[in-house]
Design a protein around this ligand. Sequence first.
Ligand SMILES: [Zn+2]
Length: 396
Amino acid sequence: MKITGDQQLIKKMNKTIVLNTIRQQQPLSRADISSVIGLNKATVSSLVSELIESQLVSEIGPGESSGGRKPTLLLFNRSAGFAIGVDIRVNDLLAVLVDMEGNVVREKTVPLEDYSPGKVLDQIRKTIRGLMRRLPASPYGVVGIGIGVPGLVDEKSQVISAPNLGWDNVDLYEALSAEFGSNIHIDNEANAGAIGEKLYGAGRDSKDLIYLSIGIGIGSGIIVGGDLYRGTSNFSGEVGHMTVAENGPLCRCGNRGCWETLASEKALLDQAGTLWKDHSPSLEDILKEAKQGNEQVLTLLEQIGSQLGVGLANLVNILNPELIVIGNRLSLAGDYLRQAMLSTLGKRSLSYHRKQTHVDFAKLGIRSTALGAASLPITAFLAEPDVSVTEAALNS
Ligand SMILES: [Zn+2]
């Protein structure tokens, strides 16, 4: 049978729709899929057979019958393959090996001492190889790799600038694809974090959400209508550099009074510095004192919370999001920041805008970025389920 280009494309699209329906609504029967997506049963059955043959879908025991023979239910085979996500942080790398549904199978944290691109790349390669060793048996193995970078990444996956690492124009894609294949995705860490929380964390049920990555700086990933908003040059989301105090502290970007000079982990550490006589405190030192009821520390955390609220009010007024998720390091201080943050947000945002906005701390904790990064190659892989033997045979 000769299949024209258009027919092939339509078939491929239908197959992706069937696969995504199974992933989202499993377990369900062939008849369920047919009624959900409106394709006739014969077409659904034939596409499901191909997905079963390519081991992306499996059958489980019969489900509830509405009279007559009980239908066989279908499940997405989450162990059909794996992906690796790497979060390049300021002091270390966090790498996860996940199944096709983002469940962490193995995890590794590797300290970074030398931030030169060559040294970091060596560490990334070593870490990936380590995770790939003793991989559980699966039809597809590792389908790809995603990397979250604390900096600007353009649409061609080039790291244009990562100030905290001292990087300019670093090509991670080229360096990694030579060894690990072409399904490699490099993205900004806050964008990856937003995708991670949307797929697997606090944002599962939200279409319009802002993920804030608050560490040394403040970055964001903005999801509009279910998709990441990337901007014209792929550089959207630098909310940490919106001006909130005209003559405020000098920012690393050269401007004064950027939001991150007043509300980031670094702002907290800088301001806490005067309370510690013998050494510069870490976030962990600060949290320990807060837990013991140190009034000065609690007041400082409240101030940071209130400054967070100022920026949140701007975001709520401009974007009217359903959900704001606060992630990365500062989310560890969530219990001490929350009240002041929400109170300032309440006072400073427009009432109709904030009415339906929820603010939450990241459900995935410090894994939002690594998990979001790992999801990028999985999404790309599953958008091309024609890697199957069936399709190749059909075309020959
Ligand atoms: Zn700035």
